[in-house]
Design a protein around this ligand. Structure first.
Ligand SMILES: O=P(O)(O)O[C@@H]1C[C@H](O)[C@@H](CO)O1
Ligand SMILES: Nc1nc2[nH]cnc2c(=O)[nH]1
Length: 284
């Protein structure tokens, strides 16, 4: 039997989700390392374990639970992907970005990506939240490689504005309300799983990167291809290699994520409530 096409797999996964969540929220968030507890802030929760969704991969990394959670924040609907897939886990980019293809079929229009990152810029210490303004795809491939589904998006999608100016403005306004000093920066995506060497970090700084991670970019590319508006919030969990001389460990990354969850959660909630208000007024 020939392998089932990606499109068909995504449609089957979306159908299975709709059996439990008949009217999925139009805003989705993907939670990065250590940020999983954000899903617990939702009210009226419906939880679908990834294991119950056909064709869905399974997270293999600590700090990525593997649940799809639908619920509300202060009355505004939100779909939470509690756990993501990374290239370094051995998954192909098709699998890494499978949740994005599925959420498109569920009717999601706005995607909020979150990620744990190393701070390259000296002005971005651990604990800083960075609103991404652009990225460097250094993963060595592209998630859109292969046949293009014209029903979803163009063969050669423009990437001039991956991270929506409108959503970034909204995030900065909400950060102001919280008294949060939100930073702005460029994310470099490397394949991992080893962290960088100090020489690699010096190279990334010259290339214009402010933070470094192992995710987010493939998801953002697939989302833009499909016409979703994207906002990405990177938490600096550690100084990048060689910046402070401190050893980097995933346990510390997860702990920093946990610590920052209330703040990044409040920011996301503010943004989601604004989007919901716009949606109700028909301006979104
Ligand atoms: O899923 P994210 O990008 O938040 O996780 C980062 C990258 C690696 O998976 C991990 C390294 O500690 O954190
Ligand atoms: N590549 C990379 N990913 C991270 N995720 C959290 N911290 C880091 C880091 O320093 N480098």
């Amino acid at each position: 039997m020939p392998p089932i096409e990606l499109d068909e797999r995504a449609s089957e996964a979306a159908l299975a989700i709709q059996a439990t969540i008949p009217k999925p929220p139009k805003v989705a968030v993907v939670l990065g390392s250590g940020l999983g507890a954000l899903a617990n802030r939702l009210a009226d929760r419906t939880i679908v374990p990834y294991a119950k969704i056909p064709h869905f991969p399974r997270p293999t990394v600590e700090g990525h639970e593997g649940n799809l959670v639908s619920g509300t924040v202060a009355g505004a609907p939100l779909l939470v992907f509690q756990g993501r897939f990374h290239y370094y886990e051995g998954y192909g980019l098709d699998e890494v970005t499978f949740p994005i293809r599925v959420m498109k079929r569920l009717g999601v229009r706005t995607l909020i990506l979150t990620a744990a990152t190393g701070g390259i810029d000296l002005s971005l210490p651990a604990g800083t939240i960075v609103c991404l303004k652009d990225h460097l795809n250094l993963i060595g491939s592209n998630p859109l490689r292969g046949p293009n589904d014209e029903r979803v998006g163009k063969r050669f999608p423009d990437m001039t504005e991956v991270y929506s100016h409108r959503l970034r403005d909204l995030a900065f306004e909400e950060a102001d309300k919280l008294g949060l000093n939100l930073a702005s920066g460029v994310y470099a995506c490397l394949p991992g799983p080893s962290y960088e060497t100090p020489a690699e970090i010096r190279m990334l700084r010259i290339l214009g990167a402010d933070v470094v991670g192992m995710s987010t970019v493939p998801e953002a590319i697939v989302a833009r291809h499909a016409g979703l508006d994207v906002l990405a919030l990177a938490l600096v969990t550690n100084a990048a290699a060689g910046v402070s001389g401190e050893i980097i460990s995933h346990a510390d990354v997860v702990e920093a994520g946990l610590k920052a969850t209330p703040l990044i959660g409040a920011l996301i909630e503010g943004v989601v409530q604004r989007l919901d208000a716009e949606d109700r007024q028909g301006t979104a």
